[in-house]
Write a protein that binds this ligand. Structure first.
Ligand code: M6R
Length: 607
């Protein structure tokens, strides 16, 4: 992962770099560092842990200079430590890197043969050392950087800064995104446009293999083959303000609470007032002409896809495959030209999802993405990008993006049903009315915060937790387990409740809490039977259901969480709220770092 920035400016670079890095901290927070050129001299500061540690260091040990590069790290090669923190420096060059240099062992071996020594455990150090070697051989900084880039295999976004060069940054991308920002007599580079938002809204996106030479007033881009490239400058609309936590203790709490508003916005965007028809931008997508839908994503977005499979199959009678991007991309699945390939990603930068999308190019009928960041690589490389309107999501644990993804996917399934004539007008109107009422029931679910907090208090003492669901609630059981493990560090698994007796029931004893997600729907009685099997073995059940469900099945359960009644199709969206709040309050009770849990990053830009 990692985030990189660079600035050739007219003011002190250090505060600008730190502010830009703050906006990239979602990419990793194992260490942070900056390098600047001041009076021709290249110097750097680096600190382990979150960016605040680098800011503290800079207070005591400032770094002057109007040009610089910066980095926030998610460790791949080498433990989080000062020596492994970027920028990596070798003689006259400093380098920041997002990605993985896959052939770094070979490059290290070649450098070692030339008597070069190493001080870090990283793959990136080889980039700095190779550049230094080429400069020692007499190449100019730009020639040396380009020659180094030619040697690299793997994925990278790179920025180079040089001793004695106050007006020069060399940048390159392959596999990892990189944006160049155009200022007024200033030039910037960043892993994404959001990092540069306070500085400029004029952005050039580098394309695969591009390398760029920046000065304060010029930008020269060359392709991998060395030809001059003309890349457009886009005027982009970005929120320049850094989102705050409002009255909430954590971003995650704020983002959970925002769901009625952002889901309402998502619904309004695709279901115009006064109609029951879902309208897509560009609207030339006709599901009647398609045989199959292939959906690909990672993590929470993958669970959104699994949920959508039920909707597309049940409502639109459409065959659907859902895949984890990291498996899909290497499996070589056959894709027919009557397949719609659909990619779901909050960040729009997830490396495996992007690679899966590229695999489908030229094979599928159309490439559609459901994204939160409209300027992201996945959005830009799709034939049609459908924004989810969740707004900036900062908490590493995805919450409001999940419910917005689900809302957009349900509307897409309704559009498919309308195109394919599998639902009547009355049924479509019924779904549209239910969707418009969703923000109200989401508010009612949020009102259960205190009872959920009490159940979470009990969960916080558990070592392992099971989540059970059937039908539309099965993917949500897995999502609830993912939320709990990523922020509370409690081991959790989500299971289809009918699958329990095929193995996992062996785990049940009086120490095992089991969260059962069960609205009073067509499969409720079956889920309750599975819940009884748990209780017969002393498992402690937290039942999440509506009034009818709780009245029918609350005997003998450990605790209940009461949800409002909702249209069956919408239950996974509504029941996301207790799943998220259970994880949130459990993490708070355990005192973990809710918004930036250990070992994780918000955007996973390496495979
Ligand atoms: O940005 P994306 O939606 O592509 O990210 C996919 C996953 O990395 C992400 O959903 C991850 O699982 C979250 N941390 C879950 O809360």
């Amino acid at each position: 992962m990692c985030g990189i920035v660079g600035v050739l400016g007219s003011h002190e670079a250090a505060p600008i770099l730190v502010e830009a890095l703050k906006r990239l901290e979602y990419r990793g927070y194992d260490s942070a560092g900056i390098a600047t050129v001041n009076d021709g001299a290249l110097a750097r500061r680096r600190a382990v842990g979150k960016l605040v540690n680098l800011s503290d260091l800079l207070v005591h040990d400032p770094l002057r200079g109007k040009s610089g590069i910066g980095h926030t790290r998610w460790a791949t090669h080498g433990a989080p430590s000062v020596k492994n923190a970027h920028p990596h420096k070798a003689g006259p060059v400093a380098v920041v890197h997002n990605g993985i240099v896959e052939n770094y062992r070979e490059l290290r071996a070649e450098l070692a043969d030339h008597g070069v020594g190493f001080v870090t455990d990283t793959d990136t150090e080889t980039v700095a050392l190779l550049t230094e070697q080429y400069m020692n051989e007499g190449l100019s900084p730009v020639e040396a950087a380009f020659k180094t880039i030619d040697q690299l295999q793997g994925a990278f976004a790179l920025a180079f800064l040089f001793d004695g060069q106050d007006d020069l940054i060399v940048a390159a991308r392959k596999g990892s995104p990189l944006a160049i920002g155009h200022g007024d007599g200033e030039m910037y580079v960043g892993s994404d446009a959001i990092a540069l938002a306070p500085l400029t809204d004029r952005i050039t996106y580098l394309e695969e293999g591009d390398r760029a030479v920046l000065t304060r007033t010029t930008l020269e881009i060359r392709t991998e083959a060395g030809e001059l490239a003309n890349r457009e400058i886009r005027q982009i609309q970005l929120d320049r303000t850094r989102v705050d936590k409002g009255n909430h203790k954590h971003y995650m709490a704020k983002e959970i609470a925002e769901q009625p508003i952002v889901v309402a916005e998502a619904i309004r965007s695709y279901l115009p007032t006064g109609g029951d028809q879902v309208v897509l931008p560009g609207d030339d997508l006709d599901f009647a002409k398609l045989d199959r839908l292939t959906m690909v994503a990672c993590g929470t977005a993958f669970y959104a896809c699994l949920t959508a499979k039920y909707w597309f199959e049940q409502l639109a009678k459409m065959p659907v495959e859902v895949d984890i991007a990291s498996e899909f991309r290497y499996r070589e699945p056959p894709i027919s030209d009557r397949t719609l390939a659909l990619f779901v990603s909050q960040s729009g930068e997830t490396a495996d999802t992007l690679a899966a999308l590229r695999y489908c190019e030229g094979k599928a009928d159309k490439i559609v993405s459901v994204v939160n960041v409209p300027e992201s690589s996945i959005a830009r490389e799709s034939d049609l990008a459908l924004p989810i309107h969740a707004g900036v999501e900062i908490g590493v644990a995805s919450t409001k993006a999940f419910t917005c993804q689900l809302s957009v996917l349900l509307m897409l399934a309704l559009k498919a049903a309308a195109d394919r004539g599998t639902l009547t007008d009355e049924e479509l109107a019924d779904h549209a009315a239910a969707l418009r009422g969703l923000p109200t029931v989401l508010n009612a679910a949020l009102d259960q915060n205190e009872s959920i907090r009490q159940s979470a208090q009990r969960l916080s003492e558990a070592r392992d937790v099971l989540f059970l669901g059937r039908g539309l609630m099965y993917p949500l059981a897995m999502e609830g387990a993912l939320k709990l493990k990523e922020i509370s560090y409690i081991h959790a698994e989500g299971y289809a409740s009918g699958e329990l007796k095929h193995g996992p029931i062996a785990l049940i004893d009086k120490h095992m809490p089991v969260v059962v997600m069960a609205p009073r729907d067509a499969v409720f009685d079956k889920t309750v039977s599975n819940m009884q099997e748990v209780m017969a073995r002393k498992g402690k059940v937290i039942l999440v259901s509506d009034d009818d469900g709780i009245a029918d099945a609350e005997d003998g359960v450990w605790s209940t969480i009461r949800m409002p009644h909702v249209h069956t199709s919408l239950a996974p969206i509504l029941y996301s709220v207790p799943a998220q709040l259970l994880a949130y309050h459990t993490a708070v009770a355990k005192g973990t770092d809710v918004d930036q849990p250990r070992n994780l990053a918000k955007s996973v830009t390496v495979e």
